[in-house]
Design a protein around this ligand. Structure first.
Ligand code: FAD
Ligand code: GLY
Length: 369
């Protein structure tokens, strides 16, 4: 166990909050979260809440295993959070469809089906009729589809609310509107104070590289904007999350339908644009023309934290400085496993091999090689 009295977590998104909870459950008493704005209002608020390692998988590698291991923690994670806070995070295990509307789409899903089947993953091929039987509001133009029974969704805004409540009920100190600007070996500096720590965890998402430090090399994490829209319907029209190669829709329990998302490398700019919103609408109506009768109830954007190789950055950069960032498109999915690994590492459990794969120093090591 690393000597610790005071643990500081920089960033109160789903990653920072989940780590705080795991550390608290392991008996760590003095935990403080420093949050630049309001807890959980950045990428973790903007997300769609899909827990979809299979639908998004490109290959079987450590990242895929990390995703599926985190997914397998979700039933317990959500049940425990309900017991701990009374907040139901709406883990929905109805599965995910991936639909083809063009010849290219058919080729894409045929390839995806073949390699996933060969590798023993759970995926089913569906005809157009089978798709429409499952989801009658899907376009009659659908050609075929894949069904991923093990890809789920969670209501990410409720998840963040539950994690915040856990922290409040368990004496995790939360300090909002407080940005860490400088970091040295034992001090995180904000506009009004120097916060001493024994251990610090940088969980500040897309803003990781903006912290100034002379003592460490922080990896280059950049923001990738995702714009989203939603529609409200009186009752739930779809039972499953539905992807096409161009977009996705996520039906919530209360009838809300979330549709997204753009993928834009435009810096720290959270504006929405008519151009991208229109593209999202086009891709949404391709999946379900019925939705074109509805008006948009909300549009928003968030900044996905992305590393140079698109993979998470996880582990230590010195004895007492840890990074848990760059979860890019999958931070909601990866929160429970990330929290488990960081908490185990800090409180003396086994050191996961994922710390090697997602090592924060891998970029500087490559440059020097
Ligand atoms: P954030 O939620 O951004 O939290 C970081 C926090 O750190 C922020 O609150 C910020 O204010 C704070 N901070 C920054 N700098 C400082 C500082 N110097 N001092 C103090 N505080 C600081 N993932 C999925 O798993 N499934 C999905 O379906 C999904 N859909 C997405 C859709 C969109 C449109 C977007 C944008 C993302 C989506 N993601 C999804 C990705 C997911 O949202 C992110 O990977 C995840 O939220 C990252 O969590 P985080 O806690 O690292 O970052
Ligand atoms: N994982 C969905 C997104 O990032 O848009």
């Amino acid at each position: 166990m690393i000597a610790m009295n005071k643990v500081l977590i920089i960033g109160g998104g789903v990653i920072g909050l989940s780590i705080a909870r795991s550390l608290s459950k392991k008996g760590i008493k003095k935990i403080t979260i420093l949050e630049r704005g309001e807890i959980g209002k950045e990428a973790s608020h903007a997300a769609a809440g899909m827990l979809a390692p299979h639908a998004e998988a490109e290959k079987l590698d450590d990242f895929f295993n990390f995703c599926t291991e985190s997914l397998s923690l979700y039933p317990q994670f959500s049940e425990e959070l309900f017991d701990e806070t009374g907040i139901e995070v709406e883990l929905d295990k109805s599965g995910t469809l991936y639909l083809a509307f063009t010849e290219n789409d058919v080729a894409e899903i045929t390839g995806r089906f073949a390699w996933q089947k060969q590798n023993g993953l759970k995926v089913e091929h569906l005809s157009a009729q089978e798709v429409r039987k499952l989801e009658p509001f899907v376009s009659p133009d659908v050609r075929e589809g894949l069904f991923f029974p093990s890809d789920w969704q969670v209501e990410n805004r409720k998840l963040v609310a539950a994690l915040r409540k856990f922290c409040e009920l368990n004496n995790v100190q939360i300090i909002e509107n407080t940005e860490v600007t400088n970091l040295s070996k034992n001090i995180a500096e904000t506009f009004d104070k120097k916060h001493e720590f024994d251990i610090v965890i940088l969980a500040n998402g897309a803003w990781l590289s903006l912290i100034k430090t002379d003592d460490f090399v922080l990896p280059d994490v950049r923001p990738i904007r995702g714009q989203m829209i939603s529609f409200n319907t009186a009752k739930r029209l779809f039972s499953k999350v539905i992807y096409s190669p161009r977009g996705y829709i996520v039906p919530r329990k209360n009838g809300k339908i979330i549709a997204g998302a753009s993928v834009e490398d435009v810096g720290f700019d959270k504006r929405t644009s008519d151009f991208e919103i229109e593209k999202i609408m086009e891709h949404t109506f391709e999946i379900s023309p019925s939705l074109s009768n509805l008006s948009i109830s909300e549009k928003w954007s968030g900044l996905r934290p992305c590393s140079p190789d698109n993979l998470p950055v996880l582990g230590e950069i010195s004895d007492n400085v840890f990074i848990a960032a760059a979860h890019y498109r999958n931070g909601i999915l990866l929160a429970p496993k990330t929290a488990e690994l960081i908490a185990e590492r800090i409180t003396g459990g086994t050191i996961s091999t994922y710390f090697r794969t997602f090592n924060p120093n891998r970029f500087s090591l490559k440059t020097n090689a």
